[in-house]
Design a protein around this ligand. Structure first.
Ligand SMILES: [Zn+2]
Ligand SMILES: [Zn+2]
Length: 326
């Protein structure tokens, strides 16, 4: 009996595999075609609340970075850390920006790259629109620093992308990167960084829409500036805060999570002041872990928002929980 059942099952399996092999031709007379792959990504925005503020993380896309060549440690050491995290070089790296609606102001922190780094980036405006906002609605843009992957998006095909926005950046950052003299004295490689900052900022400056600040503290109700210099001389983190909830937007305080969470002392070639950058990372990480503070980082994997937990001599990344809005 059992033998018989097994035989029947085996025959059924053969039947279905033959029928499957013949495709749909038995029924409809049409050959069965697999659906073509779509190969596009979902609009990349992530929305959550911070007290009464609405926060939207916006992806500008990703870029493959040769992190084994740009971290200041032996290539082999980087490769080992990447392998440990099931990653490899070049590492697909997120570029994120953050939109905060305070209820009375619409604020954007950093702007992505626009067309500066090829077709896998420059998605910020499309994702902003997909998230339900127009670029013209943005009142204020706060820049963590003036590297091209943070300011490139200020311009769109030669025009100001944010027609009604005022731009805010620390005085030290503006003084350094917008100086013609500094650009002339820079190495050939570094010149493009100065040029990128000037191309992005100068039209706003000419239109009298560029503001600078030179100390930490409140910039507008619910938003304060905190110097996190090191990566660049005027690098600034921004802290939106509502009803006791806080999020520190840290820009380029960290580039490669798979390495720098475990070893915050490892710096990147893009750091203007490497020693200061490493010390600042340690300082902010220590503080964030102690307070359970949500940090939002430009190059952590999208949406780049999470908390840090001390783990041995390094840190563990705890991404924010997913939240569904009605
Ligand atoms: Zn940077
Ligand atoms: Zn960056």
């Amino acid at each position: 009996m059992i033998k018989n059942t097994v035989l029947k099952l085996a025959l059924a399996a053969v039947y279905f595999s033959v029928a499957g092999g013949l495709g749909m031709s038995m029924g409809s007379g049409l050959a069965h075609a697999a659906a073509p792959m779509v190969k596009t990504s979902a609009p990349a925005y992530y929305r959550t609340m911070l007290g009464a503020f609405e926060v939207t993380a916006l992806s500008d896309g990703t870029i493959k970075l040769p992190v084994d060549k740009i971290l200041m440690e032996p290539e082999q050491t980087t490769k080992q850390s990447l392998a440990h995290a099931y990653l490899q070089a070049p590492l697909e790296t997120s570029v994120n920006a953050y939109l905060v609606n305070t209820g009375s102001k619409l604020i954007l922190i950093d702007t992505g790259t626009a067309t500066l780094f090829g077709p896998s980036l420059g998605k910020l405006l499309a994702n902003l629109k997909a998230s339900g906002y127009e670029a013209s609605q943005i009142d204020d843009i706060y820049l963590t620093h003036l590297h091209p992957d943070h300011v490139g998006g200020l311009m769109n095909n030669g025009a100001m992308a944010f027609s009604n926005a005022r731009i805010h950046v620390s005085q030290a950052e503006a003084d350094y990167w917008l100086s013609q003299k500094n650009m002339e004295q820079a190495s050939a490689d570094a010149k493009s960084f100065f040029q990128g900052a000037m191309d992005a900022l100068n039209p706003y400056k000419a239109a009298n829409k560029l503001d600078t600040f030179n100390q930490d503290g409140e910039l507008m109700p619910g938003l304060s500036a905190h110097s996190t210099k090191g990566h660049t001389g005027g690098h600034t983190s921004y802290l939106p805060e509502s009803q006791g909830e806080k999020m520190l937007v840290v820009g380029d305080l960290i580039h490669v999570a798979a390495v720098q969470l475990d070893k915050p002392e490892v710096t990147v070639t893009f750091d203007s002041h490497a020693k200061e950058a490493a010390a600042m990372r340690q300082k902010i990480f220590t503080q964030a872990a102690k307070e359970g503070l949500v940090i939002a980082a430009s190059h952590m994997q999208f949406p780049g928002m999470g908390r840090l937990k001390k783990s041995g001599s390094g840190y563990q990344w705890l991404p924010v929980n997913f939240t569904q809005m009605p």
